[in-house]
Design a protein around this ligand. Structure first.
Ligand code: ZN
Length: 92
């Protein structure tokens, strides 16, 4: 793994937030998710997105997986981006 790839992997891991409820969508808005095409771990078709753990996965495949595996999904395999501090409503 290159230094840059390691930095990207660490930044993505730091971005990990909560597991969405099974009826909600994943928030993978950060550009760090989008990398070189690699086979999706769920459907094997090429896809740019990476999960916070670095698994190549279509966002829709991950959302279907969460809905199909409600117990397993609580382990945090696929999570949404952590909300930035500026989006919380704890300001005066
Ligand atoms: Zn897929």
């Amino acid at each position: 793994m290159t230094t840059q790839a390691r930095k990207t992997a660490r930044a993505l891991a730091d971005l990990a937030g909560d597991v969405p409820t099974p009826d909600a969508l994943l928030d993978w808005r950060n550009s760090l998710h989008y990398q070189r095409h690699a086979p999706c771990v769920l459907c094997r078709r090429p896809t740019p997105p990476r999960s916070h753990a670095g698994e190549a996965a279509h966002k829709t495949c991950a959302e279907v997986w969460i809905a199909a595996h409600p117990d397993e999904s609580r382990s945090g395999r696929f999570v949404s981006d952590r909300r930035a501090a500026s989006t919380t409503d704890n300001h005066a």
